[in-house]
Every structure is written in C-alpha cells, then in structure tokens.
Design a protein around this ligand. Structure first.
Ligand code: GDP
Length: 527
C-alpha cells in the first residue's frame, strides 16, 4: 500500500473529559470493537500509583497489550486509530494540554447528569485555539440525566461552539428507552450489553412505524419524541462537515459507555467525520503529511523516575513521511544531525510502518526540549511552537542547604526544560528568587521529590496567592515598568526575559487592561 493511502487511514485523536465522566470506559469499549482486547473488564480501582501514571498503563498491565503512557492504538474497519491519553485526574498537568497539540481531533465525553465541567472547559479551550474537530459523547444516559436540550444549551453557551445532535435520547435512567437516529429516522431500543459483550442485538424500529414504536416505548415517550424531533429540526444547527472540520460545530451523540449502548454508532460516525493527519504549519510554509521526508515535533518529555536511570523519553508526533529506526535526521533547534535509535516506546511492534499521525518515543540523552522539530530533509524548518500553557499555582522555591545552590539551579532548570514545571523570576532582579508555576499541584510534589532524589537537594516551597497568569503580547510597544497594576498583581519574567503578569483574582486582569491603554495580554505564551 502506498504511503499516502496508509496515512489517509490514520486517525489520531485525544479524549477529553472531566474525571469520572467515562473516558476510560469509552476507551475500553473502542478497544473491544477494534479487537485490541477481547474483554473490556474493569481496569479501575487502582489509583495507588501516584505519579503521572495514566489509566492506560493499568490497562497495559492488566491486558498485556501494547500500550504506552501516551498513545493507544487499534484497528477498526480499515482505519488505524491512535488515541492519545490526556490524564484528567490528580495528575492533570501541562502534559495534558500538550498532548492535544499532537492530536488531529478530540472526543469530548460529558456526564449527562453533570453537564460541562471545569476540567473539560480548560481542555476544550486548547482545542478551540487549534481549530480541530470536536465530537461530543454525552454519556451515562442509563442514569438520571439532565434535560438534553439544556445539555446542548450548556455546551453552546459555556464552550461557545454550535451543536448538532446526530441522535437523540428517549428518556433516561430507569426509563431510558433508546436513541433516535435523526438521519436514518429510526429508533435503536436500549438494551444493556452484558459485561464485555461486543454485539448488542438492539432492536431498531422505523420511526414512522407508529404502532410498533408506541408498543416499544409507550405513548407518552412517543409523543415526547415527536415534539422533540420537531423542536430539533426547527432549532438546532444543520450538520455541516466543513464547520465540523473547522471546529465550529460539534456533532453530539447520546449513549451509555458502560452498557455499550451507542458506542459503535459513535465510533463509525466519528471515523467518517473526522480527519486523517493534517498539514502542519512551519516557518517554511505548510508541511504536507504525504511528503516523503520524515518530520516530527516533540510534544512530551518523560523523565525516568528511577534515579539510577537519568535517561528520558521524548515523545514525538510524526507530521510527515515515514520513520525508520536508526535513521539520521536534523534536530533543528539543537543544530545537529542525530540518529534516531530504536524507539523505546512504540506502538504495535508487528507494524512495520510508522508514519504521519503516529507517535514515537525515542531515547533522549537530554538534548530535546518541548516543541523541537526533527526533520530528514536538508531544507530545515521548525514547526509552529507549542504554546506555554498558563500555570494556575505558584510558589517561591528555595534550597534549604545554601551550599547546594549549584545543584539546585541545575536541577530546577533541567526539570523546567522537560516542561514539567515553569520557572519565573522577579521582574527586576535576577535568579536569586525562583518562582515556580504549575498547572496541577501534584507537579509541586514531583518537583520536590525529583530534586531530592536526582540532585540531592532539599527545598522549601512557599505558596503564592496567584492563580492567573498573562503573557504580555506586545512588550515592545509598551513600557512594562510603567504598567499600572492592582494590589494583587505582580510582574515577573520567564527564563527568556519575557515579561508576564500574575494575578490573585481574575477580575484584576480586566482592570489592568482598562488602566493601561494598548496593553495586550494572552493566556498562552509562545515557546
Ligand atoms: P474517567 O475518569 O473519565 O476515565 O471515568 P471512568 O470510565 O473510570 O468512569 C467513572 C465511573 O462511571 C465508573 O464507575 C464507571 O463504571 C462509570 N460509568 C462510565 N460510563 C458509564 C455509563 O454509561 N453508565 C453508568 N451508569 N456508569 C458509567
């Protein structure tokens, strides 16, 4: 098969959800269809491993299938599908955001009884920034659920994206009767799959067959469905593939991952509506995925937690061409040719071709940084940088033993280079005071642990009250020293000297904008 047709079959997406909405359960059901595992049993209840262990590593251990902490792969009806993990639990960190940079689309899982939740909003914003297609699966319809119209309203108003329901639920909880397919105009009657069962022999009734449908769902639900259909046809957005591809319209599906109801329909529609690997922007123009020359960018660096092994794994998203173990390529930012050895972590060893859309993890002797470009062609280019995502927790950090200053500076810089933390300084002074910013508080613990274990440095963390950070977009146009602030605002700078503002309260951000004409602030920084 040609490289082009291989790449066209590839689908690389991330699943985003608030913890407990059903991401793991839905992933398991996908795998069930893909035949990656035979039985989708429970993989939960093992949240003991504290540090950044994804649920999928648990699946890997349980099932003995090839899973890395970053990507999970399966085949379905000729498609080769990569699901990227976005840890949504206590280990939520900047990695989670960065993983979205490697995906071509996103699946958003929402708990029908909870609606749009906090974690979903944050991840969703990154998808919007990238204009990637977003598909919504409203889960747990077998439980008491919010009104479906209200759920759609919430997605539209909170997330600011138009919705197009592909199917529509009839009842919920104990009274969940099934879903109505708006295009096929038929009703799949709800039947829970037994544990691990793939085929659910749901009965499908033509919606125009009034007598049969009334018999199956009852008169009241029948009447309600007619009303809903009318409302939907009148009020909701029409399906528009172009808008879906641009991330302006999200197709919405209702179902129940646990009972495997609506999952296959979702998977099939999703695969046909989503996209194969897309061209990526670089400083030398757009890089087409079908070009022969290999190119990739680093989106995640994972350090070995074992102090006997200082090595790290750099995860790269392949953007074009084909990867071959042992190949030579240019590490553009490092200005060197490097040999990409046998990947340490790679999906499906039996697969010979690893190409655009795939993820590889290669051994990193400490040369890579997040966002780096690796390309085979001699015409060097760099992919658009990965944004620096806004940390939400800050602390001043000091080493306890002043004699260990050197190790402390080295350690904290290396950990920041991996992207595990962000470090800042006071705006007008030097390195004496180090301020650490993190997306998830667990990262503070990781920092403390790693500095002690890998560098022999004990630290003291003094929490700071700031929660909101803004990069100054136009520092050349304004005098940062003269910015008029609020009492809860502080000026800091990142390692490159870029000025930033941190605030304790979100309303202060607007106040500062009002007080300083011409000032432009951004939630994302550029590497
Ligand atoms: P995650 O944290 O998003 O990965 O969520 P999980 O997949 O671990 O699900 C959280 C809990 O919700 C688990 O106890 C699941 O069994 C349960 N759950 C997931 N999907 C459904 C569903 O469709 N219906 C019901 N009733 N429970 C579900």
């Amino acid at each position: 098969m040609s490289l082009e047709s291989e790449i066209k079959k590839r689908r690389t997406f991330a699943i985003i959800s608030h913890p407990d909405a059903g991401k793991t359960t839905l992933t398991e059901k996908f795998l069930l269809y893909g035949g990656a595992i035979n039985l989708a049993g429970s993989v939960k209840g093992k949240k003991t491993a504290k540090h950044a262990v994804s649920d999928w590593m648990e699946i890997e251990k349980e099932r003995g299938i090839s899973v890395t902490s970053s990507v999970l792969q399966f085949n379905y009806e000729g498609y080769c599908i990569n699901i990227l993990d976005t840890p949504g639990h206590e280990d939520f960190s900047e990695d989670t955001y960065r993983t979205l940079m490697a995906a071509d689309s996103a699946v958003m899982v929402i708990d029908a009884s909870k609606g749009v939740e906090k974690q979903t909003i944050k991840l969703f914003k990154v998808c919007v920034m990238r204009h990637i297609p977003i598909f919504t699966f409203i889960n747990k319809m077998d439980r008491e659920a919010n009104d479906p119209f209200e759920l759609l309203d919430e997605i539209e108003s909170v997330l600011g994206i138009a919705t197009c329901p592909i199917n529509w639920p009839i009842g919920c909880g104990k009274e969940f009767k099934g879903v109505y397919d708006r295009k096929e105009k038929n009703v799949s009657l709800f039947k829970a799959a037994m544990n691990g069962q793939k085929e659910v022999d749901t009965e499908i009734v033509d919606a125009s067959d009034e007598a049969v449908l009334k018999d199956r769902i009852g008169d009241a639900f029948y009447d309600k469905l007619q009303e809903d259909i009318e409302l939907l046809d009148g009020a909701s957005a029409e399906f528009d593939q172009e808008m879906v591809s641009a991330g302006d319209l999200t197709p919405v599906f209702f179902g129940s991952a646990l009972t495997n109801f609506g999952v296959q329909t979702f998977l099939e529609h999703f695969l046909s509506m989503t996209t194969s690997p897309l061209p990526r922007k670089s400083d030398q123009g757009v890089i087409d995925p079908f070009t022969e020359d290999f190119s990739a960018f680093v989106f995640k660096i994972q350090a070995n937690m074992n102090k006997a092994h200082r090595d790290r794994i750099a995860f790269m998203r392949i953007c074009s061409g084909k990867f071959e173990a042992g190949m030579e390529a240019n590490h553009v930012q490092g200005g060197k040719k490097i040999r990409l050895s046998q990947p340490q972590q790679m999906m499906a060893e039996e697969r010979h071709i690893v190409d655009a859309g795939d993820i590889i993890g290669v051994f990193d002797p400490g040369i890579f940084s997040i966002g780096d470009t690796i390309c085979k062609s001699n015409k060097k280019f760099t992919f658009e940088g990965i944004p620096t995502f806004a940390p939400e927790h800050f602390a001043r950090v000091r080493q306890i033993d002043t004699m260990k200053r050197k190790q402390f500076i080295k350690g904290i810089n290396q950990i920041a280079q991996e992207g595990a933390i962000q470090i800042f300084q006071e705006f007008n002074t030097g390195m004496e005071e180090i301020i650490v910013g993190v997306v998830g508080v667990l990262q503070f613990e990781v920092l403390e642990y790693r500095l002690k274990n890998e560098y022999g440095v004990d630290i003291r963390l003094e929490p700071l009250p700031y929660e909101h950070i803004r990069w100054i977009e136009n520092p050349e146009e304004i005098d940062v020293n003269r910015i008029v602030g609020t009492s809860d605002m502080k000026k800091i700078k990142d390692l490159k000297g870029n000025p930033l503002l941190v605030f304790a309260n979100s309303w202060s951000v607007n106040m500062v904008l009002e007080r300083n004409e011409g000032l432009k602030l951004s939630e994302f920084g550029r590497n």
